[in-house]
Design a protein around this ligand. Structure first.
Ligand SMILES: *Cc1c(COP(=O)(O)O)cnc(C)c1O
Length: 954
């Protein structure tokens, strides 16, 4: 594309940097496909019925320098006050080596979810460390590898208790009024469609536990109180109820663990372990439970297994993905989680170690105790006798005045109600901060003498709640305390993994495109990182401008009228979207509409989401060409016309095709009273070419971590905003800190706000024409691969002109019959060529789905196609008997360096094993383990770092 020039004459080279192929390459690829230019190709791919509906009108793109200057100006409108608001969000120092070598390092942030364990051992090890950290601090043996935020983790705990409780008659969930308010909001949203009654009350006044199947307590309480919950937990247990405890990780270094006082679940946020506030996210939540409940755990579980050579190797245990997002009996719709943030938290714990963490916790507690004592001296009423880091002050009629005075000193206190203020201290609090707080309340009195108080201050932690068990005894938490050691440990782990900084990741449906450095740079600016999500609105004007502009950009890209940025993953967008549909029907008195049609080919999150809003899933068929069987759809829509709530349909389809019938499908649903949910995960094929809001969609989610350049982070963070037509706008998620107060689906009003600059930068730099060009190039790259590979592997589905959309499915089932080689073997053999496998067996078992994105150059596409063709030739050799049916490079892949230097017994050469193409000699990726044995790991489930004894034995 010709370099764009803006009004000032600065060159915009970004579009050509984001897009992989050069102009000559583009022409060569078009020639192969028989199209004169990109317009001719996209005209041929996009069905006439939806063409020309695009409304992308947002002017030309800006250069990287200009866009960075523009977003810097926006960032400057955010004001950084010192925060004591707490409520689940605390100041923290991200250790500089972790900031630089992990958070800002593409080796960590551009990786995908570790579904291919052989190329993911580094981040799997880091996640196993996270699980060990959580399990240790909570006193519960099984911890998952992160959830989306504390609020949604609490909601998962509620449905978890419901499934596992022995009190089957109980339909109420007790939620302590001492929980964080946003947690209660998310719980209420989640409970309502499931018919669960959330009873918010004071646990100390509980008279009868029998109505409850479960309970949620906060530890320490949101207002700062520290209660001994042991007896209460017993009462709930006696009634057959399970108890979940939302606990603060830093406090747990000093306090008795939830598992030690009987809790069945512990959950919470790992934010204050080194993850910036970020105006609310992204942060990792944790979830831990007893061994007996591990099979019902939401989210992913990393486990230890062995590889083909009997060496220890890590992988996701119990096929966690399939387990939780199955069509029937889905227990959760979590797909993307918060891997990058969990890794930051776990490295923070590794760097500080048990002594360091305890020291931080003690310091925070002592400063809080000193502050409390001094406030008492100044005549301020502190409500708590016992506390960790949070105080509630009875300020009576002076509440507003004191709050305002604090703000004049650039200090944010928490407004509890019109009679009380709250404050929470954290790792960043100092003596000077305590004195500044005293000054606000002193009213001309002399300030207490800090040193004098500090010398004699007693602990305010109740003796009965003091932790007696040791924490983090494992060597990993006791070894990397110098920066040199930590830096090398992070490097060692990163080197084990394949991320986008090494090669293309052709995962269909995942859109592993460039995450440009200019897009990433603003994310770690303090102006975006250090804002508390509940800071007064006038301090977040930068964020308000950013979100308002981004909403408008996304409306333009989708043809919708309104957008909510709150959902923090695609799955959560689906959930928010179906909630909007449900609320719309209810608002019209259509209470009976509870049927959701979902085509056979749907992503697992779709039916899981429908379950979560209490809808009944009716599956509709696909025809032989992979398209929705319209006759079947029409029959089912008419059969259920009285109760039809919605359809959830992915477009272009998960089969990688622009279905001709999409308009007709939408019309059928509308004619029968339903609403159309278009899953926008495949939006990368459409931006600037057609718009779901204009061809019949009522609501869609977008995955900003797919189409709009937020990196996958090794399995999160993500952002899953939804766009809606105007009639659904009143039902978009609300929040206690937004105009609409109810319906929160995330803990923070703007979900994962601090990564929104990435998408803003991308759209700003590409402009309307650049975005359209990117979609066309994504389609070109996919069709180029399909054309180059079709004589070797049949392409399963194509549209009317023999073209695919932005991804293609290769059918490997015939090869299994002719050679015994499976998709798994091909996926693992690709590792020997230095590639991450395409998506395996989704949406059709025995196939590979390839999505190259617009960012991959023709060289890289050719390198990949050459590898696939060589692999096909190896399969041919197996078919003819030239290679042994069992002992061949495919069955044995991937090959490790260790295997190479051992005794070589295979009937093929070492060269063929590890250097199947000569070019690999320069820059070979060596997998650290051989093929991982999943069955062994599931039979011998180990989900924390192996014990110290095991280390000593080794
Ligand atoms: C990725 C994907 C989702 C789920 O998105 P997450 O962000 O992982 O929750 C839903 N539908 C389709 C078709 C997808 O590809």
């Amino acid at each position: 594309m010709p370099t764009q020039t803006n009004a000032l004459g600065t060159a915009n080279e970004f579009i050509a940097r984001h897009i992989g192929p050069r102009d000559a390459d583009t022409q060569a690829m078009l020639d192969l496909l028989g199209y004169a230019d990109l317009e001719a190709l996209s005209t041929s791919v996009i069905p006439d019925s939806i063409k020309g509906t695009s409304v992308l009108d947002m002017g030309p793109g800006q250069s990287e320098a200009d866009a960075l200057a523009a977003i810097k100006a926006i960032a400057g409108k955010n004001q950084l006050f010192t925060n004591y608001i707490g409520q689940g969000y605390y100041g923290t120092h991200t250790p500089s080596p972790i900031l630089r070598n992990l958070l800002e390092n593409p080796a960590w942030y551009t990786a995908y979810t570790p579904y291919q364990p052989e190329i993911s051992q580094g981040r799997l090890e880091s996640l196993l460390n996270f699980q060990t950290l959580i399990s240790d601090l909570t006193g519960l043996p099984i911890s998952n590898a992160s959830l989306l935020d504390e609020g949604t983790a609490a909601a998962e705990a509620m449905t978890f208790c419901k499934r596992l409780s022995k009190n089957k008659a109980g339909n109420a969930f007790f939620a302590s009024r001492h929980c964080h308010p946003q947690t209660l909001d998310v719980l209420r949203t989640r409970a309502e469609p499931l018919g669960i009654e959330v009873v918010v009350g004071d646990e100390r006044e509980l008279t009868d536990a029998s109505p409850y199947f479960g309970a949620l307590l906060q530890y320490p309480a949101s207002n700062g109180d520290l209660f001994d919950n042991a007896e209460l937990v017993e009462r709930f247990h006696a009634a057959g109820a399970l108890v979940a405890v939302a606990a603060d990780l830093l406090a747990l270094t000093l306090l008795k663990a939830p598992g030690e006082f009987g809790a069945d679940v512990a959950l919470g946020s790992a934010q204050r372990f080194g993850v910036p506030l970020g105006f609310g996210g992204p942060h990792a939540a944790y979830f831990a439970t007893r061994d007996a409940f591990k099979r019902d755990m939401p989210g992913r579980l990393v486990g230890v297994s062995i590889d083909r050579h009997g060496k220890p190797a890590l992988r996701l245990a119990m096929q966690t993905r399939e387990q939780h997002i199955r069509r029937e009996k889905a227990t959760s719709n979590i797909c993307t989680a918060q891997v990058l943030l969990a890794n930051i938290a776990s490295m923070y714990a590794i760097y500080h170690g048990p002594q360091g963490l305890t020291r931080i916790a003690k310091r925070v507690h002592q400063l809080t105790a000193i502050l409390a004592q001094g406030l008492a001296k100044l005549g301020v009423t502190v409500e708590q006798q016992s506390f960790f880091d949070t105080l509630t002050l009875t300020t009576g009629a002076r509440t507003a005045e004191l709050h305002a005075r604090a703000r004049e000193h650039r200090i944010n206190l928490r407004v509890v109600d019109d009679q009380r203020l709250g404050l929470s201290l954290d790792e960043t609090t100092t003596q000077a901060s305590v004195e500044a707080l005293w000054a606000i309340f002193a009213d001309g009195q002399a300030l207490p003498a800090f040193a004098e108080l500090a010398a004699t201050i007693p602990s305010r932690l109740p003796t009965a709640l003091l932790r007696e068990s040791a924490i983090l005894a494992h060597p990993v938490f006791n070894r990397y305390h110098s920066e040199t050691e930590l830096m090398r440990y992070m490097r060692k782990l990163a080197d084990k993994d394949l991320a986008l900084d090494r090669s293309m990741i052709p995962l269909g449906s995942c859109t592993m495109k460039l995450n440009a450095a200019s897009e990433m740079i603003p994310v770690t600016w303090a102006e975006f990182g250090n804002l508390h999500p509940f800071a007064p609105a006038e301090q977040s004007e930068g964020y308000q401008q950013l979100t308002t502009e981004l909403e408008a950009m996304l409306c333009a890209a989708t043809g919708y009228d309104a957008v909510s940025l709150q959902p923090n993953a695609g799955s959560q967008g689906e959930y928010a979207g179906l909630l909007a549909i449900r609320a719309y029907h209810l608002s019209r008195g259509d209470d009976q509409r509870d049927i959701c049609l979902i085509p056979q080919s749907a992503h697992g999150t779709n039916p899981a989401t429908a379950n979560m809003v209490g809808m009944r899933v009716v599956v509709t068929a696909c025809d032989a060409r992979g398209n929705v069987d319209i006759a079947d759809l029409k029959a089912k829509a008419e059969e259920h016309r009285e109760r039809l709530a919605a359809i959830m349909i992915t477009y272009p389809s998960t089969h990688g095709v622009f279905e001709e019938g999409i308009r007709e499908i939408c019309e059928i649903i509308h004619a029968n009273g339903g609403q159309v949910y278009i899953d926008g995960a495949n939006m990368n094929a459409m931006v600037g070419l057609c718009a779901p809001g204009q061809f019949g969609g009522d609501v869609s989610h977008l995955n900003l971590h797919k189409t709009f350049c937020i990196p996958h982070g090794g399995g999160g963070p993500g952002v899953g905003p939804i766009g809606v037509k105007a009639h659904l706008a009143p039902f978009l998620p609300g929040h206690g800190h937004l105009a609409r107060k109810e319906g929160a689906v995330s803990a923070a009003p703007f979900g994962s706000a601090s990564i929104l600059p990435i998408t803003w930068m991308y759209i700003r730099m590409m402009g309307g024409a650049g975005l359209r060009r990117a979609s066309q190039m994504a389609i070109l790259n996919a069709n180029y691969i399909a054309r180059r590979l079709e004589e070797h592997y049949p392409v399963l589905y194509t549209g009317t002109n023999g073209l695919v959309a932005h991804e293609c499915i290769l059918d490997l089932r015939p090869l299994k019959d002719s050679s015994g080689i499976s998709v798994d073997d091909v996926a693992k053999r690709l590792i020997d060529f230095g590639f991450h496998a395409p998506t395996m067996s989704f949406p059709v078992a025995g196939t590979l789905m390839i999505e190259p994105t617009e960012s991959e150059s023709k060289e890289e596409l050719d390198r990949f196609c050459d590898a696939m063709i060589r692999i096909r030739n190896e399969i041919r050799a197996v078919e003819t008997g030239a290679l042994d049916a069992n002992d061949n490079p495919l069955k044995n892949a991937p090959h490790t360096a260790a295997e190479l230097v051992g005794e070589w017994t295979h009937p093929y050469s070492r060269e063929q094993a590890v250097y199947p193409t000569a070019s690999l000699v320069d820059g070979k990726y060596w997998p650290p383990v051989g093929r991982v044995d999943n069955v062994f790991g599931d039979r011998n489930l180990v989900c924390a770092c192996p014990s110290i004894e095991a280390y000593q034995d080794a």
